[in-house]
Design a protein around this ligand. Structure first.
Ligand SMILES: [Zn+2]
Ligand SMILES: [Zn+2]
Length: 149
């Protein structure tokens, strides 16, 4: 693996950071109320990587279980939200776009949980639209065309 090709993710105080190697598996907006509260943002963007692509640099993040099986990693010094994991999507971690050194490298291809979208937010892009999850929960594939379940 060539170090220079890694993506960098860091919290605001830089004490928790990750290097991510290779191509992401998924990119999606999430409009759900849990993400909204966890991040303080009107909507979030997640970028998925398999665990074997991820290298922790520095401290481990603190982990909070926001709903059964859903965990969220954050820095317990500066509070930055870093990732979420779902027990139904084992071996994958979804990093928050805003924590990437180069967030412009990723363009979301899906909208998840449009059912929770704030009413004043207008969407005009071509990304696939889902009322609930964008990542298929039962199929366990990284395919981009599978329907949500
Ligand atoms: Zn921090
Ligand atoms: Zn969400």
């Amino acid at each position: 693996m060539i170090e220079d090709q890694a993506h960098s993710v860091s919290c605001l105080c830089r004490s928790v950071s990750f290097r991510l190697f290779g191509d992401c598996t998924w990119t999606s907006y999430c409009h759900c109320a849990s993400c909204r509260r966890a991040t303080g943002a009107a909507l979030t963007v997640f970028v998925g990587f398999r665990d074997d692509q991820i290298q922790l640099v520095g401290r481990e993040p603190r982990v909070f279980e926001s709903s059964p099986g859903i965990t969220r990693g954050f820095c317990d010094t500066c509070g930055t939200s870093l990732w979420y994991r779902d027990g139904k999507l084992q071996s994958e971690t979804y990093f928050l776009l805003g924590a990437f050194e180069h967030p412009e490298s990723f363009k979301p291809k899906h909208h998840a949980f449009l059912a929770d979208k704030l009413p004043w937010l207008a969407i005009h892009d071509e990304a696939a639209r889902h009322q609930g999850f964008s990542v298929p929960r039962l199929l366990q594939t990284a395919g981009c065309d599978a329907n949500e379940v």
